[in-house]
Every structure is written in C-alpha cells, then in structure tokens.
Design a protein around this ligand. Sequence first.
Ligand SMILES: *Cc1c(COP(=O)(O)O)cnc(C)c1O
Length: 360
Amino acid sequence: MQRAYNFNAGPSALPLEVLNRAQAELLNFKGTGMSVMELSHRSKEYDQVHQQAISDLRSLLRIPDDYHVLFLQGGASLQFSMIPMNFLTPGKTADYILTGSWSQKALDEANKHGETHVLATSKEEKYSYIPEIDVTNHSINSAYVHITSNNTIYGTQWETYPTYENVPLIADMSSDILSREININQFDMIYAGAQKNLGPSGVTVAIIKDSLLKQGNSNLPTMLDYNTHVKSNSLYNTPPTFSIYMLSLVLDWVKQQGGVPAIEAKNNEKAALLYNTIDDSDGFYKAHAKTGSRSIMNVSYTLPNEELTKKFLTQAKEKGFIGLNGHRSIGGCRASIYNAVPYESVEALASFMEVFKSEN
Ligand SMILES: *Cc1c(COP(=O)(O)O)cnc(C)c1O
C-alpha cells in the first residue's frame, strides 16, 4: 500500500499507527462486539475513552487543576462566537490582535456582540509577520485579548506570547496545539479544532481557566454557555464520540513518541529542512513569513511567477504530493507539516523542490 505524501492544511495527515489501531478495533471495541461509533455515550466503555482523552491532554499539556478541558462541536469557528457571547460582558471591550484571516473572522463575530478594539495588525504587509506587542496597551476595561497562535494560511507563528497584567489572554491554537511546549498558565483560554494536530474533524478542544469562567455572562442559550459543558463534563448532549476516540488514539501516539518535547524537536527538524531548502534556493523559492515569525506547522512560499507555480504544483501532484496549493487568498504554495507528517515526507518534498529548481 502506498500512503500519500499528505501536506493538507486541515483535515490533515493522521499517524499511520493511529489509523491501524482504529481499523483493528473498528468492529469489536474492547470485546463489546460493537464499534466505538455504536456505543452509548453513557456506557462505561465510552466513558473510559472520554476520560482517558481528557487526562492524556491534561498530562501532555501540563494543564493545571484550575482549568477545565471541554470537548465541543461547531469547530473553532463556533468559538469565534461563543467567546464574545460568554466573556464580552456589558461595559467591556474585547481586544484583538490581527495576524491573519482567522483572527479577522474571530473579530468579525465579536463585533456582533459588543465593543471591540484592534490592538495590532500586520495586515498592511499581507500578514507576513507577528507584530511587536506593547502589553501596557490594551482597552481600559478589556474583557480579554484574543490572539491566533499560528496563522495557518500565512505561515506565521508567535514565538513568545504577550503577558498582560489583569487581562485574560485567549488563544486560537487550532493549527499548532501540541506542536511545541507551552505554559498554560500564560493563558486563560485556549481552543482548537481537532482536524490539524489532534485528530479528525468533529471535535473542538477548549481549555478554560475557572476564574475566567466565573466572570462570564449568564442567560445564554444552553448549548452556547460554557458552564453547561463544564457541569456535564462535555456530556450534556451526545458528543462526537468517534472523533473523541480518534483524539484519544492520537494523544496516546504522542505519548509514545516521547510527549510534546520530542514532537517539538521533530517538528523543528522538519521545518528547518524546508526553510533551508527555500533559503538556499538563491531566491527561486521565497517564504511568505518574515524571519522571526516563521511557522513550524505551515510553510507558505512562492515561486518566481504564476507559470512556474502551476508547473510546480502539477508535477508535485504527479509525484504523489498532496495539498501543496497555497490558500486562495494568497496563492503560491503551502506545505502543512503537522505532528503526524513524517520526516520522510518532508525529505521527499525538499528533494523534489531542489530538483524542480535546477530543472527550471
Ligand atoms: C482551521 C482553523 C480554524 C477553523 O476551524 P474550523 O474547525 O473549521 O471551524 C480556525 N482557526 C485556525 C487558526 C485554523 O487553522
């Protein structure tokens, strides 16, 4: 069997070990004679999967006890709305830092709920860098500061996070959660759609500090109130059981790889290989992101012209490289090299890029 060199931006590659295990357990999960998809979400077998996923995420990310771990639906996109609904309380202003299309979408939703303010943006330079942040600059009555830790489309990533005094920090980590070590204490909330680094689509992870939760709005629609999901351990209604099961397998795989530090080292190697190929190409390939803001998850780059870009993408496809088209908003190429993308795939891509350059 030939596995594709999968560089999709999301949904994206899953570890082969995880897929094999899901296949082996598909028809008869732990002697139940049923697949996980067929189990009641109130059964003890499913409950074990659910609890294991929560406790593995807690230990891998070193999440302190005063944070809640939730499994939600509606993607990261629903969080763009739920965050202002829950935390943009009357009389407050929500601060946003704009580093790409996803943070812009988050801001657009917040604008429907209350006052917002843009603290910084790199839009005028096509989101090619993460702006310098002065942490004394925020709204007087700030509800929170929202950032996007990794900009999936533009290929930029925060190197160090801002630390505000007395203002909650909320981060959309959809495309880099679990890719490198972070200090959860720097954040009051982190959220991520699973389909980039955590598993298949269908589940969104939210990690919320209890003190932030306590400041929230009340009287919200039941499903849109974080308290509902906290009180019921994300089992208020039927959760996406199969996605959570797959997430638990991915977390187990991360543990077997040596946890987040080992994954981070591997990710740095993969990213260095691609950026070196780009930087050593005498300007044939150019990274979209400026040095200092380069993402280790999404490498967005361009070729000298439109014609060569098309030729590159066509030949890449013939050679089995999937998902290298840049996002329609910036064009060019993008290689998404999430946790589950093997080093060998990146090596194959780097060699292909070198050959293509010398032939063109
Ligand atoms: C993919 C992505 C989203 C959107 O996620 P959905 O789960 O499709 O709603 C939001 N933010 C970032 C940073 C992303 O990469």
